[in-house]
Design a protein around this ligand. Sequence first.
Ligand SMILES: Nc1nc2c(c(=O)[nH]1)N[C@H]1C(S)=C(S)[C@@H](COP(=O)(O)O)O[C@H]1N2
Ligand SMILES: [Mo]
Length: 260
Amino acid sequence: MSASTPQPHPSNQPDNPVELQLRRMTRRSFTAGAIAAAGGLAGLGWLKTRAPIDGLEWPLRRTLEWNERLAQAYFRSTRRAPSFPMSAARTPRPNGAVGLGNGFDPKTWSLRVATPNDRRLPKIGLDAIKTLPRVEMVTELKCIEGWSERVYWAGARLADFVQKFRLMELSNPFKYATLSTPDDAYYVGLDIESALHAQTLLCYEMNGEPLTSEHGAPLRLVIPLKYGIKNIKRIGTIRFTNERPADYCAERGYDWYAGH
Ligand SMILES: Nc1nc2c(c(=O)[nH]1)N[C@H]1C(S)=C(S)[C@@H](COP(=O)(O)O)O[C@H]1N2
Ligand SMILES: [Mo]
């Protein structure tokens, strides 16, 4: 895994609308983080709302606060994968279909979320995910087999998802996230810093269109700091855990972190 900063790219200039948008959002997030840190989060309205998600009450949480370590990972993680102008976006070849078998109905799909303490798995529909701030970016999908493609993605930050549905506790943050296909055939493990990185998206659109099945409809992960193998298609379940999770490709000899 390389810790070097990505080379500056011409597209990272302020005239690139996607980059500008990303910067605006990052600035807003930072401001929210600074306010939260100063006010101990007490005044933030979203902490008080506890709307049922798709008819299910969210399980009670002991602590509702966004913790310091997570805030640090989320707000101060400055390393960014390069982004590119819209004109660079192409459709990548569909690659890897583990966990994308038949007998899957996107209409009845919902995302299941679990933490080690949960007695049940709440289900979250695509509509709820689309209410989170929409993030668009053109980043490179880099396959370990040696090809790469620049793709225009749209989705919600996994960090915003975690924050909105209060999946972490102040006193006891999780160290890892693990995502798997509905049939559990493909699964990826992520360190929590990478999972909460500002460019890590729960993605529902590719190049301006809803995801196709072969690219992971209805929801896939896009994590441009990692190789393609971590960009799991057709997410069924997200779990948060303190044990380093199993990873389909790591079990087949690839680096567990798979950063580049
Ligand atoms: N469910 C699932 N997700 C997956 C894979 C897979 O086999 N199954 N392959 C991965 C690999 S190796 C790559 S390079 C990317 C390719 O994404 P694409 O098919 O949208 O181009 O998906 C990743 N996500
Ligand atoms: Mo890949």
